[in-house]
Design a protein around this ligand. Sequence first.
Ligand code: BEZ
Ligand code: FE
Length: 278
Amino acid sequence: MRNTDPRPITEAVIASFADTPDPRLKQIMTSLVQHLHAFASDVQLTQQEWFQGIDFLTRCGHITDDKRQEFILLSDVLGLSMLTVARNNAKPQGCTEATVFGPFHVEGAPHYALGDDIANGAKGRPCVVRGTVRNLDGEPVPGAVLDVWQSDDEGLYDVQHEHLGHAQARGIITADEQGRFHFRTIVAVPYAIPHDGPVGQMLKATGRHPWRPAHLHFMVKAPGYETLITHVFRKGSDYLDSDAVFGVRQSLVCDWVEQADGSFAMAFDFVLNPALRA
Ligand code: BEZ
Ligand code: FE
């Protein structure tokens, strides 16, 4: 843009997208520029603050690799991940709500039989998890596949333990003909999301903590139904009201009941949404 251009800079940038062949890309770029420019005007962004922002994003890039994704973490702590999940997973009343996927799912987790212990040596207090997968009519979903993952007693996922080399506290369970499942594992505990990088510095600078309430991750799949990605949160856990990534839904909070022998039991039923027919 020349400085003789009479149009304000925002309009000029938006006009520069006029020939974008993909209409969706054009819409996204136009809206992004509108909001970015409005933000800079709103806070009267100084050049030094602009540079600090660029430096922050540069540091997010430098710490990101195939194991660490600081940009997703940034999206998580800004609530953008949960907002996107909520906006794209509106379901009929009665379906189990979705929440954030998180960075610790692993493709190809080991398969276990009903009743097996998926902890596989992970440290923690023993816990039995059971429930039924149903549809909106209350009918069981036979053979639903549940991919489960969680942290150990130290608040770490197996993939965060260097040199562990095998799956712990994660596994794939197939429900029976009545949609029922049960497996053994360990009790979930609250843990801090990775906060040794720029996102952690941002949390500290804004007086926020990096903690998530205790939860178990589930991805539930069955033919003819939408895949459900969600957590079950432990009732009474710390941080239920201040989850660092805004993922808590009241309908997903469940009691982990202590048994006479000191172990725990948790029961949760999932209700799947039918898939849209093509
Ligand atoms: C998780 O629950 O595993 C998670 C979600 C978002 C950021 C970090 C961890
Ligand atoms: Fe998690």
